[in-house]
Design a protein. Sequence first.
Length: 278
Amino acid sequence: MSQSSHQSQQVRPPAVAGLFYPAEPARLRADVEAMLQTARREVGAVGDTPPAALIVPHAGYVYSGPTAALAWAQAETLRGAVRRVVMLGPTHRVGVRALALPGCRAMDTPLGAVGVEVPPQVEALADAGLVVTRPDVHAAEHSLEVQLPFLAVVLPGVSVVPLAVGWVSPDRAAEAIRPFLGSPDTLVVISSDLSHYLPQAEARRVDDATIERILALRADISHEEACGATGVDALLLAAAEQGLSPRLLGAATSADTIGTPDRVVGYAAIALYDQAGA
């Protein structure tokens, strides 16, 4: 782990444990493992080639957990191979005109702390002003935190490079993805939901169109179509440059679990592979 000016010895405590996911460790682990087991049955074998990147939703587990598990189950083939996950998720509470690091050595979860890494490639982006250290941006942010229990179960011992995405262009955000995408020791994870608060039928129509463009590597997704659109578009730009092939693992809305159909949030799980493994 890099001991840079962008890391203190502090540990970020969970902000949404007990709200977005269970705070009790045994229940949380059981829930995550059950969702992963169901995901394995639904998606089936993934082949020998592990994913280079994942797009994963970030709502409360009762809403989007089953869809998130479809993506994280693909990462099980990376166990023992990857050392870090570069994770980009949108800021919902505190604005920033950059990509923000939390400025801590670890991010705590009910399943234990996940180490934070600031690789030299990210240090260089900080020197260029694209990456800043802003603990306040991360303090109450859920988009990255909700991924950590899945990471802790699927890839135990792996560190995270947690980048909260503020007001930057997709091409600029892609600078934080390009050095890592396709690296055998790194998985890239983009945290994003799809449409928000549309009726079920309309949400499915909008989300289907968004998913179709993602699968075509069209980096023109708007924030009305995906709350993490900047990170999604950044990944699509880098994936197109490297010739990666996306695969839809599953899609749903909050009404498919416990939500009401009159005002839903959309979710998709998508994995991107080298062409040979798609």
